[in-house]
Write a protein that binds this ligand. Structure first.
Ligand code: PNS
Length: 166
């Protein structure tokens, strides 16, 4: 049987911590569907389309993955895609409560889908999309924390390196 996991998130934007979880997750699953869950109530820096593009470019050399976007319940999408698991990264104790609540809610909604956690690699333990966005807007050096294409887009967004053609 082919083992498929959904790796859900906001990915605003994708970070090296996410990439680490995906590449390690591929040692457990035959296929990972990296899915942007759309939440109209959540204000994001990048549009869904842009976040999809950034994921595609960042993962262009990684096999057995698919990039998707979905608006609705995560477990419904997992069933629709015949995925057995939801993959999530856990950084520190501070993540635990939120992740625990989400995993239990998803289990309540559908018992067929299992949540699997991987501990985030030590190198990325302090990174998050939000903290990276905060640092970069004040000129913090976050180049080593995100894929090159994301770094370029963040610099453009915050006008740190205005594109001569724009
Ligand atoms: O990267 P994030 O923001 O921590 O990801 C959170 C996400 C998108 C996985 C979560 O908000 C989610 O699953 N949203 C879809 C709606 C849903 O299924 N909610 C019920 C489970 S809490």
């Amino acid at each position: 049987m082919k083992r498929t996991a959904i790796y859900p998130g906001t990915f605003d934007p994708v970070t090296n911590g996410h990439i680490d979880i995906i590449t390690r997750g591929l040692k457990l699953f035959d296929k990972i569907i990296v899915t942007i869950l759309e939440n109209p109530a959540k204000k994001t820096l990048f549009t869904t389309q842009k976040r999809v593009e950034l994921l595609e470019e960042s993962l262009k050399d990684v096999g057995n993955i698919e990039i998707a976007a979905y608006g609705g319940l995560l477990v419904d999408y997992a069933i629709k895609r015949e995925a057995q698991a939801i993959l999530r990264g856990m950084r520190a104790v501070s993540d635990f409560e939120y992740e625990f609540q989400m995993a239990l809610m998803n289990r309540k909604l559908n018992r067929e889908v299992q949540t699997v956690f991987l501990m985030t690699g030590l190198r990325w333990i302090f990174t998050s999309s939000s903290i990276i966005k905060e640092a970069v807007q004040f000129g913090g050096d976050i180049e080593s924390m995100v894929p090159p294409v994301v770094y370029a887009e963040l610099k453009k967004k915050y006008n740190l390196c205005p594109d001569e053609n724009s």
